[in-house]
Design a protein around this ligand. Structure first.
Ligand code: GAP
Length: 496
C-alpha cells in the first residue's frame, strides 16, 4: 500500500473550514464583511480547546502567573500613554491607476524576499535595513522613492504610479455617552496588554504577587487593518492571548529567552512540527522594546508570525505612571548581593508573550488538514481528514451503531450518554458506516466507536482510530477511561 500526501493550498483550507462548520464569513447573507469571520459549531470547539490549552499552560503550570479579564473599552488616556494614539500606524501607499491601497513596508518586504529567494540574500537584507531606517526616521517621501527605485509595481494595474506614503492609525474609535455634548471618543482596544498594565497594582496587591510574576489574559482586540488578506490570518476583530511577565530590571534578557523557548515548546506540544516553526528576530524594534522575536509557522502561503515575544522594558508602566500620576512601583525586599541592601522600589520590566487565537487556529487547522491518495494494487482511494491533536479535536468520540435495528441503536445511545459528561461525544446512526467514518474524519474526530451484533454478546465495541484507520476491540467498560486519557489537555501540558 502506498500513501501519497498532497500539499495544501489556502483555498483548500478555506473551503474545508466553511463546508464543515469551522469558519464562516461574517454576515454572509449580506455578502460578508471584509476581514471579519465567524466560528461555526466545530470551529468554536477547536478555538475553545486552543484557548483552554494556552490558559492552562500559562496559569496552571506556573505558580506565579494569574489571569484577568479586562474590558475592551478603556479610559482614552490609556492609549495616549501606551503610544497607540501617536504611533500605532501603518505606512500606506495607493496606486493611482488601480486605486488599490498597500502597506508600503509589505511591498518592500516582498521585494526583499524576492532577492533572497533568487539567491541574493545580502541585497534583500540591505533593502530591509534601509526600509527600517527610513520608517524609523519617519522619512515617508524617501520610502516612496525607494518603492519606485526598486521598480515595485502594483499587481493589479502593473504600474508604478504611486501616491505619497501616509501614516494610517489602526485604532477603531467610537463614542460613549448618550448626548453629543457629553460624549467622548474612546477606542476599541488594539491589544489586550494594556488591560493588564493598568491592573498591575490591583493584581500585585490583592494577589500578594512577588516579582517575578505574570498576568495573562484572553480577549478580543480590534485593528482597522487596511490590507486584510489571507483568511483569518489578518482580521479586523480578532482574539489575543497575552501574558505580561513582570521582572526585576536587569533580568529581562534571561526571562525573554526563557519565555521564547517555553512558548516554542507549546506550539510543538499542540502538534505543529519543529521544521515548520521558526524564530524571526526583529531588527527594527518597536518604540517600547529592547528585544523582540516572532515565532513563525509555515502556512501554505509561507512562514508567518503566530506569536510575538517582546522585552518591553519598563516603557508601559512608566508611561502609565506619568499619565495617571499613580505610582506603578513594586517594593522588592530581597537583598541585592552587590549593595547588601534590599532592591527596594522600582518600576518592573516586562517580558510579553502575545499570540493570536485566530492565527493559532489557522496554524492548527492547516497542519491538521490532510489529503491523501492511497494506492493498494489497482485500488486508488482519496482520503481527506483533519489530524488534530486529540486534545484539540472539536468532537472526541462518535458512537455509531452498525444498524439501527435489533437493539444496537439503544446500546449505542446508552454508550454515548455515558461518555458525554467526560468529553464531547456525538451519536450518529444515519447512512452506511463507511460514510459515517468519513464524516467524522472530515471534522477530525479521533475515535469512532462502532456497536455491532457481537456487542450484545461480548459487551465490547470496535474503536476505529482516525489517523491509521486501524480498528481494535475494546470492552465498553474501558471506553471512558481510555478515551479520557487520550483526549485530555494534560497530554499537551506534559510536553511543555
Ligand atoms: N501586545 C503586543 C501585540 O499586540 P502584535 O505583534 O501586534 O503584538 C500579537 O500582535 C499577535 O496578535 C500576533 O502575533 C498575531 O498572532 C495576533 N494578531 C495581530 N494582529 C492580528 C490581526 N489583524 N488578525 C489576527 N491576529 C492578529
Amino acid at each position: 500500500m502506498n500513501i501519497q500526501t498532497h500539499e495544501n493550498t489556502l483555498q483548500d483550507i478555506i473551503g474545508h473550514a466553511k463546508e464543515y462548520g469551522f469558519v464562516f464569513p461574517s454576515s454572509e447573507i449580506y455578502d460578508g464583511l471584509q476581514a471579519v469571520y465567524d466560528y461555526g459549531q466545530n470551529g468554536v470547539e477547536l478555538k475553545n480547546n486552543l484557548k483552554n490549552a494556552w490558559w492552562k499552560a500559562m496559569t496552571q503550570l506556573n505558580d506565579n502567573i494569574v489571569g484577568i479579564d479586562s474590558s475592551i473599552f478603556m479610559h482614552p488616556t490609556t492609549w495616549e500613554a501606551s503610544g497607540h494614539v501617536d504611533g500605532f500606524n501603518d505606512p500606506m501607499i495607493d496606486n493611482k491607476d488601480s486605486k488599490k491601497r498597500y502597506r508600503a513596508d509589505q511591498l518592500l518586504e516582498a521585494k526583499a524576499e524576492e532577492y533572497t529567494l533568487s539567491g541574493d540574500k545580502e541585497k534583500g537584507d540591505a533593502l530591509l535595513q534601509e526600509m527600517g531606517r527610513l520608517l524609523g526616521a519617519e522619512e515617508l517621501e524617501a520610502v516612496r522613492e525607494l518603492i519606485i527605485s526598486e521598480g515595485i509595481k502594483c499587481p493589479v494595474s502593473g504600474t508604478s504610479n504611486w501616491t505619497e506614503v501616509r501614516q494610517f492609525n489602526l485604532m477603531f474609535s467610537t463614542q460613549v455617552g448618550s448626548v453629543a455634548e457629553d460624549s467622548s471618543t474612546i477606542y476599541l482596544r488594539p491589544e489586550t496588554a494594556q488591560g493588564i498594565f493598568v491592573n498591575f497594582l490591583n493584581v500585585q496587591k490583592t494577589g500578594r504577587m512577588k516579582i517575578p510574576f505574570g498576568i495573562s489574559q484572553i480577549g478580543k482586540a480590534f485593528r482597522n487593518e487596511i490590507v486584510a488578506r489571507q483568511f483569518i490570518f489578518r482580521m479586523r476583530e480578532f482574539e489575543q492571548m497575552e501574558m505580561q511577565f513582570f521582572v526585576r530590571p536587569g533580568t529581562q534578557a534571561e526571562w525573554y529567552e526563557k519565555w521564547r523557548d517555553t512558548r516554542l515548546k507549546f506550539h510543538k506540544a499542540i502538534g505543529l512540527p519543529a521544521d515548520k516553526l521558526n524564530f524571526h528576530v526583529h531588527e527594527k524594534l518597536a518604540h517600547y522594546a529592547d528585544a523582540a522575536v516572532d515565532i513563525e509557522y509555515q502556512f501554505p502561503f509561507g512562514f508567518r508570525e503566530i506569536e510575538g515575544i517582546h522585552s518591553r522594558t519598563d516603557f508601559d508602566l512608566r508611561r502609565h505612571q506619568e499619565f495617571s500620576k499613580k505610582k506603578m512601583q513594586y517594593f522588592d525586599p530581597e537583598v541585592n548581593p552587590e549593595t547588601g541592601k534590599p532592591f527596594g522600589n522600582y518600576v518592573p520590566y516586562v517580558v510579553e508573550t502575545s499570540v493570536g487565537a485566530d492565527r493559532l487556529f489557522l496554524a492548527a487547522f492547516s497542519q491538521a488538514f490532510t489529503k491523501e491518495t492511497i494506492t493498494d494494487g489497482d485500488n486508488v482511494k482519496e482520503r481527506t481528514y483533519l489530524k488534530f491533536h486529540p486534545a484539540l479535536a472539536p468532537i472526541k468520540a462518535a458512537v455509531l451503531p452498525l444498524v439501527k435495528k435489533d437493539g444496537l441503536a439503544e446500546i449505542a445511545q446508552e454508550i454515548a450518554d455515558s461518555l458525554k459528561s467526560s468529553f464531547r461525544t456525538v451519536y450518529d446512526d444515519s447512512a452506511a458506516i463507511g460514510k459515517r467514518y468519513t464524516r467524522q474524519d472530515l471534522i477530525g474526530t479521533p475515535f469512532c466507536i462502532a456497536v455491532d451484533f457481537e456487542t450484545k454478546e461480548d459487551n465490547c465495541v470496535t474503536i476505529r482510530h482516525r489517523d491509521t484507520t486501524e480498528q481494535e476491540r475494546v470492552p465498553i467498560s474501558e471506553l471512558k477511561e481510555r478515551i479520557s486519557k487520550a483526549v485530555a489537555v494534560e497530554r499537551i501540558l506534559e510536553e511543555i
